[in-house]
Ligand binder design. Structure first.
Ligand SMILES: C[S@@+](CC[C@H](N)C(=O)[O-])C[C@H]1O[C@@H](n2cnc3c(N)ncnc32)[C@H](O)[C@@H]1O
Length: 207
């Protein structure tokens, strides 16, 4: 993220939108708060605001949270100081959760993506890694930025993102079943700019 995007994502208006609008909608599509004792992973945790919501609103017992940017992980560490025993933070790549957390197949009850997968050049690898580490029945909660938004002159001028092979909302949703993820609910906002939804990892026999 460049300096302008850092300011935009950590802006109080976006946080209010997340807190009062997006999280209730995501909770609804995810089927409500997680079961007691649930383990979650968050990719691209940034400054840890989403991590707090995963603990407090989705009621995960613990969260493994990762970001490529060590400065953001440092901010997250400070924000989550009072939740220290429930959060593991790592600097690393979302496409390799084994390297970061030793995550085996089927480790987590829930995985969260708050606006990060559109930053990853091989975005399908990130979806595949999420599906790998989810338990059967585990939920993938996503809030993504689509190619529609990334093509806007304002986005292109102000922010830096990979430009090749970005996804529309339909393309993102269509990719999930390839990794055993069944979409449970999804909607777009601001025309097709943003995609919010939840998908469930099926058992390998499809059940
Ligand atoms: C738009 S920010 C969103 C941050 C946070 N989730 C939020 O909603 O405030 C995207 C974040 O993804 C991180 N990121 C980008 N590529 C990544 C990757 N391959 N693995 C882990 N994090 C990555 C960036 O460093 C950045 O903090």
């Amino acid at each position: 993220m460049n300096r302008i995007e850092k300011a935009a994502v950590n802006n109080p208006a976006r946080r209010a939108l997340q807190r009062f609008y997006e999280v209730p909608a995501l909770l609804d599509m995810a089927g409500g708060p997680l079961a007691p004792g649930s383990r979650a992973v968050e990719i691209g945790c940034g400054s840890g605001y989403g991590t707090r919501m995963i603990l407090d609103r989705f009621r995960a017992a613990s969260v493994d949270a990762i970001d490529l940017d060590a400065t953001m992980v440092g901010k997250a560490r400070r924000r989550l100081e009072d939740r220290r025993g429930r959060v593991r933070l790592a600097v690393g790549d979302a496409t390799d959760l084994k390297a970061a957390f030793g995550a085996e197949d089927g480790t987590y009850d829930a995985a969260f993506d708050f606006a990060i997968i559109h930053h990853i050049p091989d975005w399908r690898a990130a979806v595949a890694e999420i599906a790998r580490v989810l338990k059967p029945g585990g939920v993938f909660v996503f809030d993504e930025v689509t190619a529609h938004a990334l093509a806007r002159p304002s986005y292109r001028k102000l922010f830096v993102h990979p430009t090749r092979d970005r996804f529309s909302a339909q393309e993102f949703l269509a990719e999930l079943p390839h990794y055993g993820l069944t979409v449970r609910g999804a909607f777009t906002k601001i025309r097709e700019d943003y995609l919010l939804g939840a998908a469930v990892k099926q058992a390998s026999d499809g059940g």
